[in-house]
Design a protein around this ligand. Structure first.
Ligand code: OTU
Length: 634
């Protein structure tokens, strides 16, 4: 106890090494210089976290021995191809900050039927310019209810209708050859009720019961529920569901998704093994699903607790040792103060940018970019060498996760404003162009979120003027604020809402399926015809991609605000080493002016990269057409 963490870590490492040396495999691990070198650097982090979370347990050190063994085995099994990538990326650690980066995301079954179909689409992905492909969860899961794959029954088996693990491995390698990184979900917070661990727990096996939060009666669950939030109230109220044997199990999301109990080090160890297994299949980025919920503590809301960060840091350190090129993307769709807490080189290097996403839609609804502008100035710049993943739409709902305090400063009441936004996006507000669908409308507390595709929310479904311009405006922002832009595939041809989910018993209660449409064959077929709507959108998106990839200033993540003096016009600057790009976006459906005084101390003229025209900044100011955006280099 009187020893420093450093000294304790050294003693612990000596113990771990001594235990490893007892087996043939352990000796083999210890002989791998690269591995031991990285272990030397990162062991202390893992040890310190283990000691904090699990130090009270008599078996803490033996758990560590097991963990290091898992890491060592995994490293020895890592293919030469992946080890080469590890090396390359270690010598270029900021590779993902490049303006060449461009993401795409799709469902395997809906977009391409199966893994073979995805492989056949690689030429399209390459042609589009993707360097990052997120495939929605493709693991074995219960049928037909599986939350779009987020109820995982085995992290080591692909859902048979999609293909096999061998095919996934092959796909990862084909993608790599095409310059595309593979992104897969690590559904860390829960497993399905059909996972082997869950089945054993349901049978009453004590060791497996201890992997979940299972209680014999309602007393502890009810105490927890005093302070937890209902996430999917349409599925069940509260945070627990009852098992057939009368016990209660924690399930934050659906009743078939059971939360793992990370206060048990066996769970940490088991999930570490699953993670490293997938890393060796060839995953480049793990999308860390629903991280906010991974730790529970009585009398708290059980979201974003400090222990979650410790867990993520420990998992990250394991990758640094056993799969050094693998990086994490945080999926925390929560209050912006919490979102940033996950972003750190030693935690999650990437993070979704839910605030920018939601506020871009907010600005379209209000024709006022003040909140978005405030967010870019105040909340955009993040930890060094970390990147936002900027998206317009995802497979999920839109939650209005802005900070009430930020809104208040601009004279908006958060609660009322969310009510307005929900009404606007489900077309219950006069003049709305949006055709969204409510998600998890909770009458108990007034919570509600919005489902719908980019095109339907932007006015294409209701055939309103400017729909295409609105789509391109939002994508222009995702492409240029810094970090990695992510295209929800189908958006590039104006995918509309798909209401067929209503007739499917397994989907009808989850409106997010409206924005999880099948591959829009006919729209893709029209994409090269500039007279069609898909053709116009596609050409616009292609142009944006080209601009992004040829504009060096867009690399990295730093953005600087720019006050335009017009609430409808958003301004932000992307400084490069030699020149700066000033982006201006008009959110109004009428022309808007920026006065010449806003451009004082700037050059007289600047090139608009979007139109290739020289624009005079100082004569009379600038007029922007409805929904026009300019990228001015000066
Ligand atoms: C994620 O989203 C996934 O993106 C969803 O598709 C899953 O249903 C869910 O986890 C469970 O696996 O509530 O509405 O950040 O907002 O993690 C989406 C907290 C969700 C949650 C987020 C979750």
């Amino acid at each position: 106890n009187s020893l420093s963490v450093d000294q304790q870590a050294r003693a612990a490492k000596a113990y771990v090494f001594q235990e490893l040396a007892k087996s043939k495999q352990g000796l083999e691990i210890l002989q791998d210089k690269d591995f031991v070198g990285r272990l030397d650097i990162h062991f202390i982090k893992i040890f310190a976290i283990f000691a904090e979370l699990y130090g009270y347990r008599h078996d803490c050190l033996d758990q560590l021995v097991d963990l290091v063994t898992i890491c060592g085995k995994s490293w020895l099994e890592r293919s030469p191809e992946l080890q080469k990538i590890d090396q390359q990326r270690e010598s270029d650690p900021q590779w993902y900050m490049s303006n060449q980066m461009l993401g795409g995301v799709c469902y395997v079954d809906r977009y391409a039927k199966n893994l073979t179909g995805i492989k056949e689409r690689i030429p399209y992905f390459q042609d589009l310019g993707l360097t990052y492909l997120h495939l929605m969860p493709l693991f074995l899961s219960p049928q037909p209810l599986n939350d779009g794959g987020y109820a995982v029954s085995s992290y080591r088996e692909v859902q048979p209708t999609l293909g096999s693990m061998e095919q996934l491995r092959e796909l990862a390698s084909e993608l790599r050859k095409a310059g595309i990184s593979l992104v897969l979900d690590l559904v860390f917070n829960h497993t399905s009720n059909e996972h082997r661990w869950a089945r054993k727990a349901a049978e009453g096996d004590p060791e497996h019961s201890a992997m979940y939060w299972i209680f014999p009666d309602r007393s502890v669950p009810s105490a927890f529920e005093q302070t937890t939030r209902e996430i999917f109230p349409d599925d069940h109220s509260g945070s627990f569901i009852q098992l057939p044997d009368g016990r209660f199990v924690w399930s934050t999301f659906h009743h078939f998704q059971w939360d793992l109990n990370y206060s048990n080090p066996a769970v940490f160890r088991a999930m570490a093994a699953e993670m490293l297994y997938l890393a060796n299949v060839g995953v480049d980025f793990f999308r860390m699903d629903a991280v906010a919920f991974m730790w529970k503590q009585m009398n708290t809301d059980c979201e974003n607790l400090p222990e979650v960060h410790k867990l993520l840091r420990a998992f990250n350190a394991l990758c640094r040792i056993a799969a050094p090129s693998v990086l994490f993307k945080s999926e925390a769709i929560v209050h912006p103060d919490y979102v940033v807490q996950y972003i750190d080189r030693s935690e999650c290097q990437l993070s979704y940018n839910p605030l920018q996403m939601a506020l871009a839609w907010e600005a379209l609804a209000t024709r006022d970019a003040s909140m978005l502008s405030q967010a870019i100035e105040r909340r955009h710049n993040i930890a060094r060498d970390c990147a936002w993943v900027n998206y317009v739409r995802s497979h999920d709902d839109i939650g209005w996760t802005f900070s009430d305090e930020d809104a208040q400063e601009l004279g908006r009441n958060g609660t009322n404003h969310r009510k307005f936004l929900n009404a606007f996006f489900v077309n219950r507000y006069p003049g709305s162009f949006a055709r969204g669908v409510p998600f998890q409308d909770n009458p108990k507390n007034g919570d509600c979120r919005i489902s719908g595709t980019t095109a339907s929310l932007a006015g294409l479904e209701s055939m309103q003027d400017h729909a295409i311009e609105r789509i391109l405006l939002l994508y222009s922002i995702a492409m240029s604020t810094g970090g990695i832009p992510l295209i929800y595939l189908g958006d590039e041809v104006g995918q509309l809402n798909d209401y067929s989910y209503i007739n499917d018993a397994a989907k009808t209660d989850d409106s997010r399926w409206v924005n999880r449409a099948h591959y829009p064959e006919s729209r893709y077929a029209e994409r090269h015809d500039p007279h069609t709507i898909p053709g116009k959108i596609y050409a616009g998106i292609r142009h944006l991609i080209h601009l992004r990839k040829t504009t060096g200033e867009l690399a990295g993540g730093r953005a600087v605000g720019f006050y335009t003096g017009s609430p409808a016009i958003l301004g932000y600057q992307r400084p490069g080493p030699h020149s700066t790009v000033l982006c201006l976006c008009n959110f109004a459906d009428s022309a808007q002016w920026i006065g010449r005084d806003r451009f004082m101390r700037m050059p007289v003229e600047a090139m608009d990269l979007v139109s290739r025209y020289m624009i005079n900044l100082r004569d009379a100011g600038i007029e922007l057409r409805p929904y026009q955006f300019l990228w001015l280099r000066y």
